[in-house]
Design a protein around this ligand. Structure first.
Ligand code: SF4
Ligand code: ZN
Length: 475
């Protein structure tokens, strides 16, 4: 495919390119900008101005360098084979194809997009959003030939973005609602997605009726439509095979396909648990589920929550711990629609194990929370620390209250502890990474120090009990 005349290169080699803040000309969306979205709409042939790229609001040269701006990407497609089912599939490819453009970085999806344009590419001549639109039209038409007509609009006028943002949210909600009627047991085939392997090489999304993709952009219907229409693309069928554990959600077929697609890196996956063999997480998860050992419960944080969570860590720090395509027991990236799943953390206790989430997220998934538990789940308003959380859960008689009292009782004051052999560490310094302790299937506790730098100045191992004298050997 030729991109002759383009000011920058357009090629898959630029996928995975990161643009740091100091290297960006401008950014669109991201955490600093409340209104942003990308939306693909199926239209009739007569409604699409094929090849047109419109910029509604200021273009790149009219924006101040270093700024963060709202953006709506609105794409209309038409073709004899285009159905509404394909809208989310085409929409998710905006991420892939945008990342082919030299000096353009696209992260996340739907209402949560984050795009950076590099200073270097701007200087090379990428001075209008039109180039981005033209590249998308060329790539989409070449890769998905059923798109006969395509028109791209970039909305940068803040008022118009805001207006469209509300409409887009309604459309996303309607799409999600469709998949709520079926269950994993009703189908023989799940679907996979490896679109994010350019960022997280071992990551394979398993999309089941009751488990939306962690980016939230593809449900089972969408993934099925994508696999059918583009069998060589990033979506593919996963025959479920034998169910090895209906509670944890382990399936023979899923294990086989994930092992193959992750090149042997991931051999087992539990679809309904965050422990032992959790689903991998790439980086575009809508929410993070994190284990809180002090109360043996699960907390959640969504990407838009900017403050520290109840364990003192913000979303960004935990995202580094969760993402990258590895299985991290006790940390899991999930899509918001998964909160409405009948299999929601089924193996871990479901809603009865949930102890904390930001108030905004709690409001958003209110319809999914069992009414009897709603007031027992803390938010940042009731609990800003683990101690506050413990008090809240006990006071509200959360299902974990008795367990919390047990945990408290087990931690006896130091002088009352029975003498035992204990390692004593002196001068241990742990920098730059959160420490988490998660229960293991064997009953012990696994301490996770991912990417940690540990400096130990001195380590003394003390034996608290006296060594018993052996009886003299009889000659
Ligand atoms: Fe595909 Fe999963 Fe990435 Fe979404 S998060 S694009 S479903 S691999
Ligand atoms: Zn991803």
């Amino acid at each position: 495919m030729s991109f002759e005349g383009f000011p920058v290169e357009v090629s898959p080699i630029y996928e995975g390119e990161r643009i740091r803040k100091e290297d960006m000309y401008v950014e669109f969306g991201g955490t600093a900008v409340p209104h942003k979205f990308e939306l693909v709409l199926a239209a009739l042939m007569g409604e699409v101005e094929d090849g047109a790229v419109k910029v509604i609001g200021p273009d790149l040269t009219e924006l101040k360098e270093g700024g963060s701006y709202p953006l709506g990407i609105l794409i209309k497609v038409a073709g004899a084979k285009i159905e509404k089912d394909l809208e989310p599939v085409i929409e998710r490819r905006i991420h892939l194809y945008t990342n082919y453009i030299e000096g353009v970085m696209h992260l996340n999806q739907r209402y949560d997009i984050w795009i950076r344009i590099s200073k270097k590419s701007f200087k090379k001549g990428l001075t209008s959003l039109k180039w981005w639109g033209l590249a998308l039209i060329k790539l989409f038409k070449a890769e998905l030939p059923f798109i006969e007509k395509m028109e791209v609009s970039f909305i940068t006028d803040p008022e118009k973005v805001k207006e469209w943002y509300q409409k887009a949210l309604e459309i996303y909600n309607a799409r999600d609602a469709r998949a709520r009627a079926i269950r994993d047991e009703d189908v023989d085939t799940f679907y996979g997605c490896v679109l994010c392997q350019s960022f997280a090489p071992q990551h394979v999304c398993v999309i089941a009726p009751n488990r939306v993709s962690l980016c939230g952009a593809l449900n089972w219907f969408d993934a099925r439509a994508a696999a059918n229409v583009d069998p060589k693309g990033p979506n593919f069928p996963i025959p479920k095979g034998k169910c090895l554990d209906p509670i944890k959600g382990e399936y023979e077929g899923v294990n086989e396909v994930v092992a193959k697609r992750s090149l042997g890196a991931v051999k087992r996956v539990f679809l309904y648990s965050m422990f032992d063999y959790p689903h991998t997480s790439c980086g575009c998860f809508e929410c993070i589920a994190f284990y809180i050992p002090e109360v043996d419960g699960i907390g959640f944080v969504h990407r838009g929550f900017r403050g520290p969570t109840v364990n003192g860590l913000p979303f960004s720090t935990m995202a580094a711990q969760t993402g990258g395509g590895i299985q991290t027991t006790g940390f899991l990236g999930v899509g918001i629609e998964y909160f409405r799943s009948p299999k929601f953390f089924q193996a871990d206790g479901g809603w009865a194990r949930v102890v904390w989430m930001p108030s905004e997220l709690k409001e958003r998934v209110k319809d999914a929370i069992p009414p009897e538990l709603y007031d027992k789940i803390a938010t940042e308003k009731e609990a800003k620390s683990i101690d506050e959380l413990k008090n809240f859960l006990v006071e509200r008689n959360h299902p974990l209250a008795a367990k919390i009292k047990e945990i408290e009782a087990a931690v006896a004051p130091p002088e009352e502890r029975p003498p035992t052999a204990v390692p004593t560490a002196v001068g241990v310094e742990i920098t730059g990474i959160p420490v988490s302790a998660v229960p293991t299937a064997a009953g012990g506790v696994k301490i996770v120090l991912q990417g940690a730098k540990i400096t130990i100045k001195k380590l003394i191992i003390k034996r608290a009990e006296k060594i018993e004298q052996r009886a003299p050997r009889s000659s």
